[in-house]
Unconditional design. Structure first.
Length: 158
C-alpha cells in the first residue's frame, strides 16, 4: 500500500464518519427534545412517586414508631426538598442536553453534585435527631441501611 492509497483511505473514513455524525446527531437531538406537556406531567408524577416510595420504604425498613414520627417527618421533608431541588437541575439537563457543549455538561453536573451535597447537609441534622431517639437495635438497622448500603449500591427498588 502506498502513501496516496493510505491518504485516500483515511480521507474516506473521515468523510464517512462526518456524514454519519451529520445524519445521526439531528435525529438524536429530536429524540432528546423536551417532552410534551402530558409526558412532562408523567415524569413529574413518577419523580414524586419515586421519592414518596423511597420515603415509605425507609420508614418501613427503619421501623419508625409513633413516638419517632415527628422526627421522621423532618427527615422526609428534607428528602422531599432535596429531591425537588435536584429535579430542577435534572430537568434543565434533560431540556438542554442535546445542545450542551462539553463545558456546559460539566458545569451542570458540578451544580448537581453541589446540590446533592447541600441536600445531604440539610438531611443530616434531621436524621441525627431521629437517630438519637432510636434504641440501639433500631440504630443498628439504620447503620445497615445507610452506612453499609446507601454509599455502595443503591437498592433499585427504592
Amino acid at each position: 500500500m502506498n502513501i496516496n492509497s493510505i491518504k485516500l483511505t483515511m480521507c474516506s473514513c473521515v468523510i464517512s464518519t462526518a456524514l454519519l455524525i451529520a445524519v445521526a446527531v439531528p435525529a438524536w437531538a429530536q429524540k432528546a427534545a423536551a417532552p410534551d406537556a402530558v409526558e412532562q406531567t408523567k415524569v413529574e408524577k413518577s419523580a414524586a412517586d419515586w421519592v414518596e416510595a423511597r420515603i415509605t420504604k425507609l420508614h418501613d425498613k427503619l421501623h419508625i414508631t409513633a413516638v419517632q414520627e415527628p422526627a421522621w417527618q423532618d427527615v422526609a421533608k428534607s428528602m422531599r426538598e432535596s429531591a425537588m431541588s435536584m429535579k430542577v437541575l435534572i430537568d434543565k439537563w434533560a431540556f438542554k442536553s442535546a445542545k450542551m457543549t462539553a463545558l456546559d455538561s460539566l458545569k451542570l453536573h458540578g451544580e448537581m453534585a453541589e446540590e446533592h451535597a447541600k441536600g445531604m447537609h440539610k438531611l443530616y441534622p434531621s436524621f441525627e435527631a431521629l437517630y438519637k431517639v432510636m434504641p440501639a437495635a433500631q440504630q443498628a438497622i439504620a447503620d445497615d441501611v445507610f452506612a453499609r448500603h446507601e454509599g455502595r449500591k443503591h437498592d433499585k427498588n427504592m
